[in-house]
Design a protein around this ligand. Structure first.
Ligand code: ADP
Ligand code: MG
Length: 357
């Protein structure tokens, strides 16, 4: 059964004379127990969509269901957030600055008529699970970013909600602890079978936490699939770039032949594409640069190339080359700097993506 159903949702904000369309005709389902990611650039409508699912905002048009209950319809809130059994972690964590870690976490339990022993047990249990027992008597200003983030997570989880909403929860964390934080969210939500919705602009958050992803672009849900499906078969250049790095090469289409030629490589024009030009997308891991000719099954020669830029990226190098046939650039990552001026550039042909331009 679907846990959350979003049907034809629009959200229009009015700013004086001006209208901002934050969401347009958004339709999708999230299944019971699933971890669903929403990926999109800043301003795409991610926070608005999450707030609408949580009941903190209402769709201007369209419907939201929680299980089989209608939760909002055409500008009306029909199920209060408190009746949705949810936890919410805000991007800024929004801890109460004048409360200790303990009181922040205990806050959602206030109106539940629990005795102080039961509250103590629940706060201790979740603090223990998240490894923050030692900061329960600290105020937020006395905590590190990672501790504040886990206190915010503990506050959202202390009622053991059936659904957890996370708005860019890792964006304000130091890069070195993000992976651990992602793994912790994944582990806890799986352990307690919590339906999880995470929104982020960072594909690493989606790969770290989500089983399925919806890509939001300027208010439209443009693709839904598993993270690997979206990575391997993005529907557009925009989606391809949102979910990872990609080389974009402009290629002219030979008018009658339905063939694309770039350098030494020839590709069939996919059905449904037309026009005099297309863009081909090649992920950097599908590009192999070599000083010598290679004979490796699965690799085809794209072109010869000239050296352009080599930059150290911590542990590996980003190598940018200029294709000989038409001066377009292509980049890949290499473990060791390859010295020289001239290269052979090979690609995994079956991994090449072709988009209309
Ligand atoms: P994201 O979280 O993906 O960055 P948001 O959902 O915050 O995007 O915003 C989507 C669009 O809606 C943006 O253009 C934003 O300026 C606009 N928007 C969001 N909230 C409001 C509001 N309360 N009033 C007016 N415009 C808003
Ligand atoms: Mg946002």
């Amino acid at each position: 059964m679907s846990k959350i159903t979003v049907r034809s949702v629009d959200r229009v904000f009015r700013k004086g004379e001006r209208e901002v369309v934050a969401l347009k005709d958004v339709t999708f389902d999230i299944k019971e127990g699933e971890s669903f990611g929403i990926l999109g650039p800043s301003g795409a409508g991610k926070t608005t969509l999450l707030r609408i699912m949580a009941g903190l905002d209402v769709p201007t048009k369209g419907e939201v269901y929680f299980g089989d209950k209608i939760a909002a319809k055409d500008g009306k809130l029909l199920l209060e957030p408190k009746d949705r059994d949810i936890g919410f972690v805000f991007q800024t964590w929004a801890l109460y600055p004048n409360m200790s870690g303990y009181d922040n976490i205990a806050f959602p339990l206030k109106n539940m008529n629990l005795d102080s022993q039961e509250i103590h047990k629940r706060v201790s249990d979740i603090a223990n699970t998240l490894g923050i027992t030692q900061v329960l008597d600290h105020y937020p200003r006395e905590m590190s970013g990672g501790q504040m983030q886990r206190v915010a997570l503990a506050r959202a989880l202390v009622k053991m909600p059936s659904t957890l909403f996370l708005d860019e929860p890792f964006t304000n964390l130091d890069a070195r602890i993000r992976d651990g934080a992602r793994a912790l969210v994944k582990e806890i939500t799986k352990k307690f079978n919590i339906t999880t919705v995470i929104v982020s602009h960072d594909p690493a958050d989606i790969f770290g936490v989500a089983e399925r992803v919806g890509v939001l672009d300027r208010g439209y849900m443009v693709q839904i699939g598993s993270p690997t499906q979206v990575y391997d078969s993005p529907v557009s250049v925009t989606v391809a770039n949102l979910i990872g790095e990609i080389n974009e090469l402009q290629v002219a289409v030979a008018s009658e032949e339905k063939k694309l030629t770039i350098g030494k490589l020839s590709l069939d024009l996919p059905p449904g594409l037309s026009g005099s030009k297309v863009i081909i997308g090649i992920r950097p891991e599908d590009v192999i640069a070599s000083r010598e000719p290679l004979q490796i099954s699965g690799l085809e020669l794209l072109d010869k190339a000239r050296f352009s830029i080599l930059s150290y990226q911590g542990g590996h190098f980003r190598l940018t080359l200029e294709l000989k046939s038409d001066n377009q650039q292509i980049f890949t990552y290499v473990d060791q700097p390859i010295k020289g001026d001239e290269y052979y550039v090979y690609v995994r042909k079956e991994k090449i993506k072709i988009f209309s331009s």
